[in-house]
Design a binder for this molecule. Structure first.
Ligand SMILES: [Zn+2]
Length: 161
């Protein structure tokens, strides 16, 4: 089952904090990384890899930061990674997460970092700080964001592998 969080209809997001428009290929704020969100909606967690120098780049980009090439391809991020660092949020969580505190924010390394891997920060709902250690194996899973209204968008979260 896909995990989900619901955003109340009565709380407007400031436009700068809401990337919804970027998730629509034809939207007014569409960017060249809209494919990232499209892949997430299809259950794939992906990033860009440079076809010229081979560098794996996260977050996904339109231009390679190593060689400035725009010759990039979308590749799947490995399912399982390893916790590199983490912290527990107990207070001051964003509105949509107030009912889920405490939760973990972790930096997880996927692949052979930094040579042929990436590190990604993300939220973990199902482990407490006592259960997470540096090196704990976790996997990403899709996170469906519901609302406001009928809106539906996609992100990712981590869970114990
Ligand atoms: Zn490159």
């Amino acid at each position: 089952m896909v995990k989900s969080i619901r955003i109340p209809a009565t709380i407007p997001f400031p436009p700068l904090l809401d990337l919804w428009e970027q998730q629509d290929e034809k939207g007014p704020d569409a960017t060249r990384i809209y494919q990232f969100y499209k892949n997430l909606a299809e259950g794939r967690f992906t990033t860009t890899k440079c076809k010229d120098c081979g560098k794996l780049l996260y977050p996904p980009v339109a231009v390679c930061s190593e060689c400035l090439s725009e010759n990039l391809e979308w590749v799947d991020i490995p399912k399982v990674g390893e916790v590199y660092a983490f912290t527990e949020v107990r207070a001051g969580a964003p509105l949509q997460f107030q009912d889920t505190v405490p939760f973990i924010i972790a930096i997880v390394r996927f692949g052979d970092y930094p040579k042929n891997g990436i590190q990604v920060s993300g939220i973990m709902f199902d482990l407490s700080s006592e259960e997470v250690k540096i090196g704990t194996k976790v996997e990403w899973e899709p996170l469906e964001i519901l609302g406001p209204g009928e809106m539906r968008r996609y992100w990712y979260c981590f869970k114990k592998a």
